[in-house]
Design a protein around this ligand. Structure first.
Ligand SMILES: Cc1cc2nc3c(=O)[nH]c(=O)nc-3n(C[C@H](O)[C@H](O)[C@H](O)COP(=O)(O)OP(=O)(O)OC[C@H]3O[C@@H](n4cnc5c(N)ncnc54)[C@H](O)[C@@H]3O)c2cc1C
Length: 454
């Protein structure tokens, strides 16, 4: 039963702010340089020092990547998964370049360390094992980055890619630590050795957390499929409810990783925004569009099937945000988290003015048309539908979600103090953000959620 009229207590996002995160990141990534400098070894030539420095910073960055996987609330809870993943990918590409070029810029000859050269000024000191782990890590990193960039073109299922990505990363971390400690001029010093071991330990623990601890915790909080209905063209409404105990606590607009009809230890979980609102707990609703191998078969899930959720994640919420009014711009199934927000605003009887600009290709794709119509009675909400391929009798706007439709329909140029929530396909979000900024919406007032990381 909905608790109408009751204002939900907006919990502040659980993650750290961007500035401390950035400072923490720089401090940890550059810590090996400080620890190396503190050893006071006689300096070598420029290229040798550059190569060692690049390798150490890049390896620290690689180990930090494990906590930038979008699964850790302290990291991505406030800045959002989209920004976290963009950072993860950008850093992955930079550190790969550093690590791949580093063996080639040493000027010192490659040889076994000599007893009379303990600081390895005259030789690089690679023995068989450290050379092998270095080459192994180097090759695996090349494969991993190519697989990351070409992910959508590879003939593997996403789950195969995801597991191999985690396993490769774990293997590179272990091989890299062995190589650094055994071959590195600075890394076999105790302080730096401890640093690498702690960092590798944390990296491996993150894998353990995602693949073992989280599923174990989910086992005790199972859900069952309570309803499954076709909503619109290739789009389904799925509702789950707890089999016992409490339902997940979440903010309207957040998402979870959902496992359906399988053990929580299976790796076939998928991120879906919650399109119901907290006032509807214990039921949790999703709006799912057929996209690939899993979602295309969503309509075949039997009622009563087991479900598990990892979450809530994401910062596409009203928590901690102020706006004189609220604008929503949705493309297709991007309506899912926006519906969660609108339902919560309706449950709280929020008096603020709101506008929704909702774009689809054809009329059969429009989601929640009737419910949105009814919301305009209870909320101060104006709904504008935009179709790119309208039927002959269509009276709404025609075109894409661009300046001509968004600007003309909603008049956002007078609303610099509003909040703007944007969700839909990635290219749509990028162009709508540009349109909104062009219309004078301050960047910090625009909140967006992408349904893919690239
Ligand atoms: C934060 C977020 C919220 C989302 N909310 C919704 C929603 O409310 N409704 C909806 O219909 N879709 C949503 N999606 C998209 C949805 O997750 C994908 O469409 C779905 O996972 C595709 O799975 P598939 O096996 O059918 O297709 P596949 O062909 O296996 O995957 C297609 C693409 O979906 C993404 N994807 C698949 N599995 C995962 C995974 N486990 N983790 C991350 N990305 C994955 C990848 O980019 C992949 O290339 C959301 C995505 C994200 C990131």
């Amino acid at each position: 039963m909905w608790k109408l009229g009751k204002k939900q207590k907006n919990r502040a996002p659980r993650g750290l702010h961007a500035i401390p995160l950035l400072f923490g990141y720089v401090a940890v990534a550059f810590a090996p340089l400080g620890l190396a400098y503190a050893q006071g070894l006689p300096p070598r030539g420029f290229w040798d020092e550059l190569s060692s420095g690049l390798a150490m910073v890049a390896f620290a960055m690689l180990l930090i990547e494990f906590v930038l996987s979008g699964r850790f609330q302290p990291v991505s809870g406030r800045i959002g998964i989209d920004l976290t993943m963009r950072f993860h990918q950008l850093i992955a590409r930079s550190l790969t370049v550093f690590l791949l070029i580093h063996p080639f810029i040493y000027a010192t000859p490659l040889d076994r360390p000599r007893p009379w050269d303990p600081t390895q000024q005259l030789t690089l000191g690679l023995d068989g094992a450290s050379l092998a782990t270095g080459i192994f890590g180097w090759l695996l990193l090349s494969v991993m980055i190519v697989m990351g960039i070409a992910r959508d073109k590879l003939p593997f299922r996403y789950e195969v890619w995801r597991v191999s990505h985690g396993l490769c990363a774990g293997a590179i971390a272990v091989a890299g630590a062995h190589h650094a400690i055994e071959a590195g001029r600075y890394s076999d010093h105790q302080a730096l050795e401890i640093f690498w071991l702690v960092m590798v330990g944390i990296a491996l623990l993150t894998l353990l957390f995602v693949y073992v601890v989280t599923p174990l915790r989910q086992l005790g909080h199972s859900y069952r499929v309570a309803s499954l209905d076709k909503l619109a063209l290739k789009t389904w409404s799925l509702v789950i409810e707890p089999t016992g105990g409490e339902a997940l606590e979440f903010e309207a607009g957040q998402f979870v990783w959902l496992t359906l009809g399988r053990s929580p230890f299976s790796v076939t979980e998928h991120p879906f925004s919650i399109s119901s609102c907290p006032a509807e707990r214990p039921q949790i609703g999703f709006t799912i569009k057929e996209a690939g191998d899993f979602t295309k078969r969503i309509g075949e899930i039997p009622l009563g099937s087991r479900a598990y959720v990892d979450g809530p994640h994401g910062s596409f919420t009203l928590a901690g945000r102020k706006g004189a009014g609220i604008a929503f711009i949705a493309g297709g199934v991007g309506m899912a988290p926006i519906m969660g927000l609108l339902r919560q605003l309706q449950a709280e009887r929020d008096p603020r003015p709101m506008q929704l600009v909702y774009g689809n290709r054809v009329v059969e794709q429009i989601l929640f048309r009737q419910e949105l119509e009814e919301m305009t009675v209870k909320l101060d909400l104006k709904v504008h539908h935009v179709l790119s391929q309208p039927p002959p009798d269509w009276t709404g706007a025609i075109g894409q979600l661009d300046r001509s439709t968004i600007g003309a329909l909603a008049g956002f140029e007078h609303h610099a103090d509003w909040l703007y929530f944007v969700c839909g396909p990635a290219p749509m979000i990028d162009s709508v953000e540009d349109v909104l900024e062009g219309l004078g919406a301050p960047m910090h007032q625009i909140v967006s959620e992408k349904f893919s990381y690239d």
